[in-house]
Design a protein around this ligand. Structure first.
Ligand SMILES: Cc1cc2nc3c(=O)[nH]c(=O)nc-3n(C[C@H](O)[C@H](O)[C@H](O)COP(=O)(O)OP(=O)(O)OC[C@H]3O[C@@H](n4cnc5c(N)ncnc54)[C@H](O)[C@@H]3O)c2cc1C
Length: 490
């Protein structure tokens, strides 16, 4: 990792010591200055670790609350975390990470309105393609018998009803939480479904939403996810659900715009290696390039990603269990790829470009063409472990074309380009989309957002609403900033 530290980029940071007086009081600031002089470390009120949506939102909120002395330390040489725009020519981009927003996602709606970033409807005119239990069908819904449809509806309703017993964002407080966390979604489906179709559709949902299989995913985690999103329908519906709209310019612009507002406070290429929170001393945050001191720290990333940071003293045992359990999870290595075409040819065939499958190497396909349809883009979610023959990038490009031709006809072979992002190979995003296995949530779930000393937790996984989504990342960042502000004042 390159060290991009320059004096110029720290002008605002060092100025922050003076600003700290208003928050921390003059005695503390004098002590800070003495510490700083002794150790050579720079002092700020608050250090935010992670320049994804959550960390940047925390900074934005701190500023609103009048805390000016802070920095955002980001490991990568870019902001945005799990959102990433990739150029595809003609001045267009395609998102290879987080992308869609939907109704009820009030935090992101408010933020983009404030940043004057627009959103537009995803293209869903025409038939969706389904590949379930080896049968390819097209339509609004998959081709099913009445008994299969009734069974799926009944099981979905039972799951939703069960999730409503959970206090929003607090799965550990649900009646029978421990038993539900020992259970897998797969087991529960076996007990409740009367047809093979219902588990197959849930397998499709589970691969798409949680990057994992029903046999491995904790039932309590699934219930928490659904509860935080307001139910199963908001999660699985494309049109009118969580995949309803796209962000103008691509979702990464939200982070880029927030970072630009925060200016020199955002420091790139700063992987944090160690956080020291010794009582009666200043907190110390050590990056690969330099050391900072601070009064409070916000860690804004997935629990699994915090495994790369050493904490002294150790975090409370349940928090450690949460992190180690999370980091060990068997998740589907996930690639989001985009096949590029001269035109969105499938639209003329009455297809909306969406495909969903319970067993194809491609889990999902979406028409991700630019709003003006000046070129065609099919975005695919691919689980590499399920298709070793597509493990290599070049093979993937060719193999994906053939897969797409099965669903959209031979024109799918005439691609003009291909881009992809392999999230499993990214050292800074082990969290990706999370399939929590049994036991992890009850072992340490309460510590998802409970502060550990002067360390506060953000990141979408700590959100009460829309946990796992961009919306959750934003609300979690704002919440952590509020907690820090209150703690500094207190
Ligand atoms: C393929 C894919 C598709 C998705 N689709 C959608 C979607 O359509 N809609 C939706 O709402 N959500 C979607 N998501 C989820 C969404 O992208 C995330 O919920 C959101 O971006 C998480 O933001 P965050 O700030 O909490 O975490 P992150 O974005 O992970 O940010 C954490 C930051 O911390 C940094 N970091 C890690 N370790 C260190 C360290 N030691 N020191 C310093 N910095 C560090 C990372 O580099 C990163 O920038 C998708 C995610 C993926 C991967």
């Amino acid at each position: 990792m390159t060290n991009r530290f320059t004096r110029r980029r720290f002008v605002r940071v060092t100025g922050g010591v003076a600003a700290a007086a208003s928050i921390a009081g003059p005695g503390l600031v004098r002590a800070a200055a003495a510490d700083e002089a002794a150790s050579g470390a720079r002092h700020v009120n608050v250090i935010i670790i992670g320049g994804g949506l959550s960390g940047l939102m925390a900074g934005r909120e701190l500023q609103k609350l009048g805390v000016d002395s802070f920095v955002v330390l980001e490991a990568r040489e870019r902001v945005g975390g799990r959102t990433l725009n990739m150029p595809i020519g003609g001045g267009h981009i395609v998102e290879v990470g987080g992308e869609w927003i939907g109704p009820g996602q009030n935090a992101i709606a408010a933020l983009i309105a404030e940043l004057r970033i627009g959103a537009f409807d995803h293209y869903y005119d025409g038939d969706t393609t389904y590949d379930i239990e080896g049968v390819i069908s097209r339509g609004l819904l998959p081709d099913v018998s009445l008994s299969e449809a009734v069974d799926f509806g009944k099981v979905a309703w039972q799951l939703d009803r069960l999730s409503k017993k959970m206090p929003v964002g607090e799965p550990w407080r649900m009646p029978d939480a421990a038993a539900l966390d020992r259970e897998t979604l797969g087991n529960w489906l076996r007990e409740h479904a009367a047809t093979s179709f219902t588990p197959s559709v849930f397998r499709l949902i589970s691969r798409a939403v949680w990057s994992g299989y029903p046999e491995r995913i904790s039932l309590l985690w699934v219930l928490h996810y659904l509860r935080s999103a307001g139910g199963l329908l908001p999660v699985i519906l494309n049109d009118g659900g969580a995949q309803d709209q796209r962000i103008e310019g691509g979702s990464q612009v939200i982070s880029q715009r927030m970072a630009s507002d925060l200016g020199d406070r955002v420091l790139l290429g700063r992987p944090v290696l160690r956080i020291e929170d010794q009582a009666s001393k200043r907190m110390r945050v050590v990056t690969s390039a330099e050391t900072f001191t601070a009064d409070r720290v916000i860690v804004a990333m997935a629990p699994a990603d915090t495994a790369g940071i050493a904490f002294a003293p150790n975090l409370p045992k349940p928090r450690q269990d949460l992190v180690s359990g999370w980091a060990r999870l068997p998740r589907l290595p996930l690639v989001k790829a985009a096949m590029l075409y001269e035109r969105p040819f499938w639209r003329a065939d009455g297809l909306n470009g969406a495909m969903q499958s319970d067993r194809s190497p491609i889990q999902l396909v979406f028409d991700n063409s630019p709003e003006d349809a000046s070129m065609g883009v099919l975005s695919c979610f691919l689980s590499v472990v399920e298709c070793p023959h597509l493990a290599d990038r070049k093979l993937r490009e060719e193999g994906l074309k053939e897969e797409l031709a099965r669903y959209f006809g031979p024109k799918a072979l005439d691609a003009t380009g291909y881009v992809e992002k392999d999230w499993a190979a990214d050292p800074w995003s082990t969290g990706c989309i999370t399939p929590l296995t049994p036991g992890v949530l009850t072992a340490g779930g309460e510590h998802l957002r409970r502060p550990s000393g002067r360390i506060f937790w953000a990141g979408t996984e700590s959100a009460k609403r829309w946990c796992g989504y961009m919306d959750g990342a934003i609300s979690a960042g704002a919440r952590a900033a509020g907690e820090v502000h209150a703690s500094l004042k207190g």
